[in-house]
Design a protein around this ligand. Structure first.
Ligand code: NDP
Length: 302
């Protein structure tokens, strides 16, 4: 009898299936908003330049928005758009009552100042949660727009574990988009949180202390199986495309060596099909939330 080639005892946290359910729940709440406000929630997405990967992301966000019963407004601007024109568009959308959420697809092409563009957003429409007001609200425990990817990770963790209180969590990566808000969300869940980054000493030992590991470094399969505590819960945020082999497109992998980690950990998110689909679902959730808050309505239960 052949021994299985992959040791596979870990539970796979199926973000794709969960995101589908979440999107159905959101879509089910949209008619209530329409009845109360007389209009659909609206999400505006701005794409500058013609990066093919960003075009695909923006296209799938638009489709998901419409499928949830909301309005989708797409703005495609040339890569050489002047900064002031981009900011003028953001301000127009800030003032547009039909628009509840505004997302500027990042990164912006060279020559444009991302921070200035984000600062121009109405914080209440900042569905990506990148404005300093939202970062401050999150840290100080006020109602914030929370960045979609870490929010998706938090939802998956809570669904799997229930109460996270007292668990040791290590967040690998300290970006504004993922690592920092993730650490804050875990702290809000009463975890004991360590943030690790490229200057962290003895990284494998730091990770080995964690009950929960969130990897968001953008380094293919960097986190090895023997870095992980037996029974750890692993959320792999990384999306890395390996080099093509012959004619075949390179495989997508995360930041964790999932193949070998499977025998070791209690649960893990796959790449693809883990955190990625949750990000779009959380964007819809934030848009619906923004729509309710802008209309002085209670947050919907999603
Ligand atoms: P950034 O490049 O902004 O941040 C990467 C972080 O990882 C930095 O804090 C950096 O440390 C740290 N890092 C890099 N190399 C190492 C190393 N060798 N050891 C320890 N830490 C290291 O990336 P993002 O946060 O934007 O994204 C991270 C990953 O998540 C990427 O693969 C990205 O594609 C993916 N992603 C996935 C999303 C999804 O929907 N699933 C959404 C957003 C991102 P330092 O600060 O010291 O430089």
């Amino acid at each position: 009898m052949n021994a299985p080639s992959t040791p596979s005892s870990a539970h796979i946290i199926d973000g794709k299936a969960f995101a589908l359910k979440l999107r159905e729940n959101i879509a089910a709440k949209v008619p209530e908003f329409i009845t109360a406000s007389g209009r659909k929630p609206g999400l505006a997405v701005i794409l500058v330049g013609d990066d093919p990967a960003s075009k695909v992301y923006v296209g799938s966000k638009g489709k998901a928005t419409i499928a949830a019963g909301m309005n989708s407004f797409e703005y495609l601007l040339p890569a050489d758009v002047p900064q002031e024109d981009l900011i003028a568009l953001v301000k127009t959308l800030n003032d547009d009552d039909a628009v509840d959420g505004i997302l500027v697809q990042l990164p912006l092409p060279d020559g444009l100042n991302e921070q200035e563009v984000i600062a121009a957003l109405d914080p209440d429409k900042d569905v990506d949660g990148l404005h300093v007001m939202n970062a401050g609200r999150l840290v100080s425990g006020q109602k914030a727009m929370v960045p979609c990817t870490p929010l998706g990770c938090q939802i998956l963790l809570k669904d799997y574990l229930g109460d996270l209180s007292g668990l040791n969590a290590v967040v690998l990566g300290r970006s504004i988009l993922v690592g920092k808000p993730m650490a804050q969300l875990l702290l809000n869940e009463n975890c004991t949180v360590t943030m690790a980054h490229s200057r962290t000493k003895d990284l494998p030992d730091v990770v080995r202390a964690a009950d929960i590991v969130v990897a968001a470094v953008g380094r293919p399969e960097m986190v090895k199986a023997d870095w992980l505590k037996p029974g750890a819960i692993v959320i792999d945020v990384g999306i890395n495309r390996l080099a093509p082999v012959g004619d075949a497109k390179g495989r997508l992998v995360g930041d964790v060596d999932t193949h070998n980690a499977m025998a070791h950990v209690k649960a893990i998110t796959p790449v693809p099909g883990g955190v990625g689909p949750m990000t779009i679902a959380c964007l819809l959730r934030n848009t619906l939330l923004a729509a309710h808050r802008r209309n002085s309505m209670d947050d919907p239960e999603i």
